[in-house]
Design a protein around this ligand. Sequence first.
Ligand SMILES: Nc1ncnc2c1ncn2[C@@H]1O[C@H](COP(=O)(O)OP(=O)(O)OP(=O)(O)O)[C@@H](O)[C@H]1O
Ligand SMILES: [Mg+2]
Length: 294
Amino acid sequence: MNARQATARTAPDARGGAIPTHARDNAAGPSAAVPPTIEVRGLSKTYRSKREGTVLALDDISFTVEEGEFVCIVGPSGCGKSTLLKILAGIVAHSVGTVAVRGKPPSDAQNRLGLVFQAPVLLPWRTVLQNTLLPAQVLGLDPKAAEARAHDLLRMVGLEQFASSYPNELSGGMQQRCSITRALLHDPSILLMDEPFGALDAMTRDTMNLELQRIWRESGKTIFLITHSIPEAVFLADRVLVMSARPGRIVEEIKVDLPRPRDLDTMSEPAFAEAVRHIRGLFGIGGKERPHVD
Ligand SMILES: Nc1ncnc2c1ncn2[C@@H]1O[C@H](COP(=O)(O)OP(=O)(O)OP(=O)(O)O)[C@@H](O)[C@H]1O
Ligand SMILES: [Mg+2]
């Protein structure tokens, strides 16, 4: 792997002055060695299907995500990004290698995880509020406190007026925003997000990017986010992992040193443009029209 930067632990003040609380799940005390929040070593995944036979989706993936870090992953369609996220969530089994979340198998960490899938997967017979409250029921949270928090989250994503609506009454982007409130309800310390803003219009997407940065800065969550958008990855991340086409490998890690908090003006800065250009270059996207050749 051609890692541009090592996986340096994110300094708390790198968030732009917020005081992170991300040590809260590591109750062992300051002297104890803290394992990376996510540690993946030599991971490969082979799917077996009747029609295609065996498909090597991920090949020899290794990386770590440190406590409180914001890591984005970009890669071409079909390179195994969703597969990787499902393995981290303990939903899909890997074939080779090791995966640990806070030093344990992912299935042991599920109540600390908030998951946003590529498709919203809301329950059609439950309202927006009831979908948001799903983790409260599963994890046995105090119903009154959970409902107050659900309303706060729905307000945050602009869905408060739709609390009593059913998923089929919402646009795709609204459904995805509801899946984000559901993922945040139990205040998980690790967020795994698969293309969370892919279905949103450009303006809502900008707003959600700023909101997610605020949540991360204020809460100290560790965030692992998949996106197709290179500018979005550079805007949000401390570190961007770039994947190759299938079978997915990590071809480069890019540390993003832009100061926090970032705002939409950050996207006009030369360092931002340079990082985006560099990643586009890895995918062979030069930004110029190719000459027509007959
Ligand atoms: N359950 C499955 N059975 C067989 N093959 C699968 C299965 N799930 C995914 N694949 C294959 O694994 C590869 C990686 O799929 P995955 O959904 O992880 O890609 P992705 O990077 O998330 O793509 P996209 O950006 O389009 O969402 C693809 O070739 C896909 O066809
Ligand atoms: Mg995917």
